[in-house]
Ligand binder design. Sequence first.
Ligand code: NAP
Ligand code: MG
Length: 410
Amino acid sequence: MTTKIRMTTPLVEMDGDEMTRIIWKMLKQTLIEPYVDLRTEYYDLGLEHRNETNDEVTVAAAHATRRLGVAVKCATVTPNAQRVEEYKLKEMWKSPNGTIRAILDGTVFRVPILVDCIEPFVRTWKKPITLARHAYGDIYRDVEMYIPGKGRAELVFTDGKGGETRLVVHDFEGSGVLLGMHNLDESIANFARACFRFALDMRQDLWFSTKDTISKKYDHRFKDIFAEIFESEYREKFEASRIEYFYTLIDDAVARAVRSEGGFIWACKNYDGDVMSDMVASAFGSLAMMSSVLVSPDGKYEYEAAHGTVTRHYYEHLKGNPTSTNPMATLFAWTGALRKRGELDGLADLAAFADRLERSSLRTIEEGVMTRDLGILSTHPSKKIVGSEEFLREIRLRLEKSGEAGRSCR
Ligand code: NAP
Ligand code: MG
């Protein structure tokens, strides 16, 4: 028996619900604990425990992430009326991701996991396109009004000291609709810094797109804040890393993205990011192959899968039926967190283990062993569709066989 890979600072581990909770445990036991002397600060965000603690566990987990810097999170159920009934909840608790985002004030980056035998629907895409979505304001915090008939709509700002600015929005002759929305310099600046830092981390170009030719104050403010922060804080670092910051109009960015090879980070305003991230995820193949990381402006990281708790598979599992749930995005959440912990703590073998585990998992799929969701999409000539447990064992075989497992304790 040899020693396992050492960790110095614990990861914040946030457990979750349903099928992903089952996969979480299997994955740790099969692929991580045998090789890493895993240190975590464990928070059970499973719905039962959130209910028992009046959701205080979610807040505690977010604060632990502020303190320790790196977290890995399992998918969790966001309760609705039906879940309140199903789990006999005291309250319809808020979305854990919303709570965590509010405390960390971060930007969400969604990164597709690419494998050779799953071809993107866009033929030119060879490398991943990472979507960075601003997660504050615009239409997600708007006020809206139905205008029943003739009248004047105005935009009024009062500064509380007697000052007032007014603009006519429209003189209505008949019925119509009206909307007011806002954003904050501080939030935009945080978003910009998170994007620049992530681009440096990934060593990839950063694109940013808005519609500033039409929205000359609102969208232009986004463009200006990005430009100012880039010039004063990041230009030299970008040049040293041989990457670029590139601003263009959203419609031009869409056209360029489709013709590109991929391999860049695309920062979008809130609504554009909502639309583009689903487009990019499905064009690359599958939601089960999309990982996600929340990065706070002060450099705290929370890694997770982009998908949910895969409820349909869980109900099958409860009936005793075998399921073929894809653990790749969850695995990449773990490897992302371990690699970041390794980088921050100067533990090169921990970061190298994360790389090897990712390579072994990709090789497993490229050798034709995959879960059902990928089996449907794959062009592999001799594919074998397996359940989640067997898939994890196949990854472990490759991790061991290649002599790449590092210091196994077996
Ligand atoms: P979901 O869990 O993402 O699953 C939707 C469907 O996508 C599944 O039924 C499955 O399709 C496919 N799928 C997703 N992940 C897969 C995987 N790893 N392997 C194979 N197939 C996969 O979304 P949902 O069913 O709408 O939501 C379930 C619960 O998750 C909800 O309670 C929601 O609140 C929660 N949720 C949590 C998060 C989060 O924590 N970040 C995000 C989204 C949703 P087939 O049925 O066709 O096999
Ligand atoms: Mg959406």
